[in-house]
Design a protein around this ligand. Structure first.
Ligand code: T4K
Length: 370
C-alpha cells in the first residue's frame, strides 16, 4: 500500500465559514486592492495580536525588505547579514542596491553571531540585516550594541518569526524595522503576503507610500516606490486566519515536543533550536546530523523519501555558496566555519499543525531505524 506523501510544510487554512462573509463583502463593494476596508481591519487586528503598533501590509517579505532598506537609506554600500537563510534575504539587499557581506553564526541559535560582525565593518557598512532563523530570536542586545557603536541601522528579516516573544514582548519591536512573511509555507499565511513593522508612525506611512508607487496623493510622489500592496483577498484570508492562530501555535508546539522527546537523545543527532527558547513559534524542526550518526544527513534524507517523507535541507547550500554571492568575501572556503558546518548537517523535518501522531511516528521510526 502506497502511503500518502508527507511534505516539510503544509499550509494552514482558515475555516471557510470565517472567510466567506469577508469574500461576500469584497464581492459586494468591489474594492479589491489599494488600502481596502478588509485590509485596514486586518492591519488593526494584526497589530493587536502581535503587540506592535506600526504595521504596513505588503505583497511579500522580499519586497517588504527592499522597501525597508530603501526607507532606511540603505541603497548602496555593504550590509552585514547571515549566509544561513533563504536566498531572498540577500536578494533583497542586492535589489535595494547594496552588497551583502556574510558573517558567521552562533552555533546554538544558528543566527548571526554579534562577535563575528565587528571585524567585517568598513566605512562602506550601512546596516545589519540579521534573520531570526526558524523563528529563533537573534541575540538582539548583542546586535544592537555593535550597531549602536558603529552607527548602523538594524533591519530584521523576521520572515519566520510570526508571534515570537522574548521576555513576554514581541521580538518585532527591536531594530529599526522587521519584516514578516505570510507566504503559504509560513506559520501564518495569506497565501502570499508580508508585513513591515516600523517603530514609529512616520516610518510606517513612508513604507505604505513606497509600497504604493511612492505616491503621497494623486498628484504628488514622495519617492520612487514600487507596487508591493497586499490585495483584499489576501487580507481576508489573513483576517480569518487570525481566529485560529493560537491553536495553530499550540499544535506546532505539540509536534515539536513529540520530536524532541523521541529524537533529542540519539547519538549523532541534535535538535538545536529548542534549547531554552521561550515564546517560540516552531516554524521549523531542524535537526543536525553529525558524523557520529550511522548514516549521513544526505542518506537520511533519501531514506525518508523512500517512505514518502519529504524533509528539506533548509538552508543548504549557504547563500554565500550560490552564484552570484559566492565571489563575495568572506564567502571563501576558509570563511564562515560555523555556518558551513551547520549547512552540512541540517535537515528540516515536516512540521505543521495537523501533522497527526501516526504520520509523525512514521517519520520518527524511519529516522530511528536508519
Ligand atoms: N526571508 C526568509 C528567511 C525566508 O525564508 C523567505 C522565504 C523570505 C525572506 C521571503 O519571503 P517571501 O518573499 O516569500 O514572503 C519556500 C517559499 O517560497 C519561501 O517563501 C520561503 N522563504 C522558503 C523558505 O520556502 P520552497 O521553494 O521551499 O517552497 P516549496 O514550493 O518547495 O514548498 C515546500 C513544501 O510545502 C512543498 O513540499 C509542499 C508544501 N506546500 C507549498 C506550497 C507553496 C504546500 O503544501 N502548499 C503550497 O501552497 O520556498
Amino acid at each position: 500500500m502506497s502511503r500518502s506523501p508527507i511534505y516539510v510544510a503544509r499550509p494552514h487554512l482558515p475555516d471557510l465559514a470565517d472567510v466567506i462573509p469577508l469574500l461576500e463583502e469584497i464581492w459586494d463593494n468591489r474594492i479589491l486592492s489599494n488600502n481596502g476596508p478588509v485590509l485596514l481591519r486586518f492591519e488593526s487586528a494584526l497589530s493587536d495580536y502581535l503587540g506592535v503598533e506600526h504595521i504596513s501590509l505588503v505583497a511579500n517579505a522580499t519586497l517588504g525588505t527592499v522597501l525597508a532598506m530603501q526607507q532606511a537609506g540603505v541603497t548602496s554600500g555593504e550590509v552585514i547579514t547571515t549566509p544561513f537563510s533563504f536566498v531572498a534575504t540577500s536578494n533583497a539587499i542586492t535589489l535595494a542596491g547594496a552588497t551583502p557581506v556574510f558573517a558567521d553564526l552562533d552555533p546554538v541559535t544558528l543566527n548571526l553571531d554579534p562577535t563575528k560582525i565587528e571585524a567585517l565593518i568598513t566605512p562602506q557598512t550601512k546596516a545589519l540585516l540579521p534573520v531570526h532563523i526558524f523563528g529563533v530570536p537573534c541575540d538582539i542586545d548583542g546586535l544592537a550594541e555593535v550597531a549602536d557603536r558603529h552607527g548602523l541601522k538594524v533591519l530584521y528579516d523576521a520572515a519566520h518569526a510570526f508571534g515570537v516573544h522574548r521576555n513576554g514582548q514581541s521580538i518585532l519591536g527591536h531594530g529599526d524595522m522587521s519584516v514578516l512573511s505570510f507566504h503559504a509555507t509560513k506559520v501564518f499565511n495569506t497565501f502570499e503576503g508580508g508585513a513591515v513593522i516600523s517603530q514609529d508612525r512616520e516610518t510606517k506611512l513612508a513604507i505604505d507610500s513606497l509600497a504604493n508607487f511612492g505616491l503621497a496623493n494623486v498628484e504628488r510622489f514622495n519617492a520612487i516606490g514600487t507596487n508591493a500592496k497586499m490585495n483584499e483577498f489576501s487580507a481576508a484570508v489573513g483576517l480569518a486566519q487570525l481566529c485560529g492562530i493560537d491553536e495553530v501555535l499550540s499544535d506546532r508546539a505539540r509536534v515539536a515536543q513529540r520530536y524532541t522527546e523521541r529524537l533529542s537523545k540519539i547519538r549523532g543527532l541534535s535538535c538545536p533550536c529548542l534549547s531554552g527558547v521561550v515564546g517560540h513559534n516552531h516554524y521549523a524542526f531542524p535537526i543536525l546530523i553529525d558524523s557520529t550518526f550511522h548514516i549521513s544527513r544526505d542518506e537520511l534524507q533519501i531514506r525518508l523519501e523512500e517512505v514518502n517523507v519529504f524533509a528539506r535541507k533548509y538552508f543548504s547550500p549557504l547563500i554565500s555558496d550560490i552564484e552570484p554571492y559566492k565571489t563575495l568575501s568572506p564567502a571563501g572556503p576558509a570563511g564562515l566555519p560555523v555556518a558551513r558546518k551547520i549547512a552540512s548537517e541540517v535537515l528540516c523535518l515536516p512540521i505543521y499543525p495537523d501533522l497527526d501522531a501516526a504520520s509523525q511516528d512514521r517519520i520518527i521510526e524511519r529516522v530511528l531505524e536508519c
